[in-house]
Design a binder for this molecule. Structure first.
Ligand code: BGP
Length: 480
């Protein structure tokens, strides 16, 4: 490994999303969002999408980890770790509680002003996602979510308000979190949280999914263009969940199948970063007889609003086998058609296959394809932590996971020459898990005393990984 250092301005930090940490779901004029109606889940049981707030259910996002009230304490801890940046999202429903109002909610705007000021006090750059599963529920009930073209305008209006308001506080933005999750449209949670649409309720679910995506691609492009007009300094990226899909074997059918399967990732980068639909998707629509409604000017809008960088999450890799392609109905998170557990890597308690080399592979594959800066905005190890009798949390497994991934990230930057902006491990502060709705699937350097059985004081404490990550940042990644 080369002795060179990562760039001096490398953005070390951590990531969360508004709905997984804030709580205060109805405070300061906030309206209900689509995650506010997701029930809690337990290991192996899917979260339930409920039809509005029902007291019979438990909604962990309503309280989350009370960041809404405790952000000053949490940011002081981020600063102690030496964070250069902090990724979170703006809850759309704090700014436009129903989504279709003409005027924004000043109390919501003020909350994020205060939050960003607190970060900037410590020279921590905010990195902000505009839509991280926080769409107003009203837009789902009244308009049918992102299937409705009007939602494009509502989203652009919301984005314009926040881009203008925070343009001198926030330089780094992303439009839609893990937009490609919807490609796994058979898994209702993903589709619903990205779009407010349950695709399987539609006669042609896949066509409905592509229609939603078209609206989001156009909205994203319009926002990128608008953001650059508001302030040319703004960097507005896209955000993909990347799970590299390896061929199960060197049989040419497996290799070809893996390449085809990767289009489930590439499609999103291709449209966001190149500004047009690639040939393989146009052919697929033709073959399947799908009609995607587009308006005059949409193609131009996509070309004019290419994202500045590729933000992505990386947790795991998968292997896919051609002969298994019809055996998986894809109703779960690992549900890539044809995916099989890779015998060469281990998996977490949730079956997420741990593959640090896959991070280097991903960085290279996407850098070669787009030649645009990249940003690892999520990576991390969800685990059950044990608080020892003396209060210590010895999360060596988490350190080992992050260490191995950072090692591969360094090779990608220092030896392969990938242009990487930064690294923000997911759930730097323990938070509500998105897929499970649990507190006990933890990612943090900072422990939050809150459990799935309802116990806990919400008190924060440092895990062993806290001091480890602190010295990683202080040495700019040299000391792992
Ligand atoms: C990504 C989401 C995050 C986050 C993370 C970890 O899909 O962008 O919101 O939660 O995954 O997933 P989980 O919380 O289900 O372990």
């Amino acid at each position: 490994m080369s002795e060179q250092q990562l760039p001096k301005d490398f953005l070390w930090g951590g990531a969360v999303a508004a709905h997984q940490v804030e709580g205060g779901w109805d405070q300061g004029g906030k309206g209900p969002s689509i995650v506010d109606v997701l029930s809690g889940g337990s290991h192996g049981v899917d979260r339930v999408i409920t039809d509005g707030i029902d007291p019979a259910y438990h909604y962990p996002n309503h309280l989350a980890v009370d960041f809404y009230h405790r952000y000053k304490e949490d940011i002081a801890l981020f600063a102690e770790m030496g964070f250069k940046c902090f990724r979170t999202s703006i809850a759309w429903t704090r700014i436009f509680p129903k989504g279709d109002e003409l005027e924004p909610n000043e109390a919501g705007l003020q909350f994020y002003d205060d939050l960003f000021d607190e970060l900037l006090k410590y020279n921590i750059e905010p990195v902000i996602t505009l839509s991280h599963f926080e769409m107003p529920e009203h837009l789902v009930k009244e308009y049918g979510g992102w299937l409705n073209r009007k939602v494009v305008d509502f989203f652009v209006r919301y984005s314009e308000v926040v881009l203008k308001r925070y343009q001198h506080k926030v330089k780094y933005w992303m439009t839609f979190n893990e937009i490609n999750n919807q490609r796994n449209w058979r898994y209702p949670l993903f589709g619903y949280c990205n779009s407010g649409v349950i695709f399987t309720d539609h006669e042609k679910p896949e066509q409905a999914m592509y229609q939603v995506l078209h609206h989001q691609f156009v909205a994203s492009a319009q926002v990128v263009k608008l953001g650059h007009e508001i302030n040319p300094q703004l960097q507005i990226g896209c955000m993909l969940a990347i799970v590299p899909l390896y061929p199960w074997s060197c049989h040419p059918d497996d290799v070809m199948f893996a390449q085809e399967s990767m289009r489930e990732r590439y499609l999103f980068g291709d449209v966001h970063l190149r500004g047009y639909y690639p040939s393989y998707i146009l052919k697929e629509w033709e073959r399947k007889g799908y009609q995607i409604e587009m308006q005059p000017g949409d193609e131009q809008a996509l070309r004019d609003g290419c994202a500045d960088y590729l933000g992505f999450s990386y947790y795991m890799s998968n292997a896919v086998q051609f002969s298994a392609k019809d055996s998986d109905d894809g109703r779960h998170i690992e549900g890539f058609p044809g995916s099989r557990p890779n015998p060469h890597v281990k998996a977490s308690d949730w079956g997420w296959q741990i593959d640090p080399v896959g991070l280097r592979y991903t960085l290279n594959a996407f850098w070669e394809r787009y030649q645009k800066p990249m940003f690892i905005v999520e990576n991390g190890f969800g685990a059950y932590d044990t608080v020892e009798a003396d209060g210590q949390i010895n999360d060596d497994y988490r350190i080992a996971y992050l260490q191995a991934h950072i090692e591969q990230m360094k090779i990608a930057v220092l030896e392969d020459g990938v242009d990487l902006m930064g690294y923000t491990p997911w759930g730097c502060l323990d938070c509500v898990s998105f897929t499970t709705g649990q507190y006990n699937k933890r990612y943090g350097f900072i422990h939050v005393d809150k459990n799935d059985d309802g116990t806990g004081t919400m008190a924060r404490s440092k895990k062993k990984s806290f001091d480890w990550y602190k010295q990683v940042i202080a040495s700019n990644g040299a000391n792992l």
